[in-house]
Unconditional design. Structure first.
Length: 365
């Protein structure tokens, strides 16, 4: 019997590169925001400090090896590396390219295209917000160029395949003027190359409305982002909605959601129970290192509640034909969204996921 496969989103922005130096100051990495984060309300767990791996640099191969080893310990099947392609210009490509060229770590992977324009954020060195730093554009020519640039990755024996097809996720599919043509072009190109008959295309959706649209556009599966579902927790004049409003007015606190509520909305009938919708696991979320008081924070992210969520999603998924789960995320430290060990919990979050999977017989490899 096929076992559950957990694929973890992986952020490569833990090394300096030319554009970040120009836009946000020399030496800027994701750690810049993480290290300067401060608590914004009583009991707010900030800053979040890494333990076992420290403030690592992804240019070091031994760091990437240690990450893969920790992921294996957690029962994670593979990484979904975010990649940033802007009509031939690539950002943060070095870590993945080195994984590809070196053949290490020997750990399954796939790609997720973060296809959105980059805007100046709150940490911009000149204080400008809303300015476009690099624009995401699309063309038929670029579709071909993009495929050819990553063709070698799709041939790699470590690349994750579903039913023989390379897994490829698109973050903002509805922003594309003609995503159907993009998929048709790539399917033709990979078939012609002899690598596979086609791709296993996955769309990321922000909500159920987007999911409904995307399920009818030719995607093999859709993954719904859990953070946007929080909005429905504040429909009407609920106690928590009013408390959030008062906190924001009186003390400038960020928007807060009690983590216990996430377990109630992480799986919805009519969506996650269908084979063409991939469920999500999310151990934590705190965007305040990036967004300050304009952020969303999951409060009270305890190991006990994480275990409750992991057991629930894994047990429900093992009853499906499609046994994929997306883990958000492996190392999004700037969003307080990570599995890697920190000073507060150590490897507890990792161990809980591993234990939850053991009850299912482990993860397929």
């Amino acid at each position: 019997m096929e076992k559950v496969k957990i694929i973890a989103y992986y952020l490569p922005q833990f090394h300096p590169f030319k554009q970040n130096n120009e836009w946000w100051g020399k030496g800027f990495t994701e750690w810049t925001n993480v290290a300067k984060a401060k608590p914004l309300f009583k009991g707010h767990y900030q800053p979040k400090i890494p333990s076992d791996l420290g403030f690592y640099d992804l240019r070091l191969p031994e760091v990437r090896e240690e990450q893969a080893q920790l992921a294996k310990e957690a029962g994670v099947y593979g990484f979904c590396y975010w990649h940033y392609w802007f009509n031939g210009t690539e950002l943060m490509e070095r870590p993945f390219k080195e994984v590809l060229l070196s053949g290490k770590p020997d750990f399954p992977f796939c790609l997720g295209w973060a296809n959105e324009s980059w805007m100046a954020k709150l940490w911009s060195k000149n204080g400008v917000t809303g300015k476009t730093l690099i624009e995401q554009t699309y063309s038929d020519e670029d579709n071909i160029k993009h495929f050819e640039a990553y063709k070698v990755a799709f041939q790699d024996q470590r690349y994750i395949r579903i039913d023989g097809k390379p897994f490829f996720l698109i973050y903002r599919p509805l922003d594309m003027p003609d995503v159907k043509t993009f998929m048709q072009t790539w399917n033709k190109l990979i078939s012609k190359s002899g690598i596979a008959e086609g791709f296993y295309f996955v769309a990321h959706a922000r909500n159920e409305e987007e999911c409904d649209i995307l399920r009818n556009m030719g995607f093999d599966a859709v993954n719904i982002g859990p953070t946007t579902r929080c909005k429905e927790l504040y429909k009407g004049f609920t106690k928590e909605r009013l408390e959030n409003k008062f906190r924001k007015i009186l003390s400038g606190c960020p928007n807060m959601v009690d983590y216990k509520h996430i377990n109630n909305i992480i799986w919805k009938k009519g969506y996650e129970d269908h084979d063409d919708v991939i469920p999500t696991l999310i151990p934590n979320w705190d965007h305040s290192p990036r967004g300050g008081k304009n952020s969303l924070v999951f409060n009270h992210c305890t190991p006990e509640l994480w275990k409750e969520q992991a057991v629930k999603v894994i047990n429900l998924t093992k009853n499906k034909s499609n046994k994929l789960i997306m883990l958000k995320s492996w190392n999004e430290w700037g969003e307080g969204n990570y599995m890697e060990p920190d000073l507060k919990y150590g490897k507890k979050i990792i161990n809980i996921l591993a234990d939850s999977l053991k009850n299912d017989g482990g993860t397929d490899r």
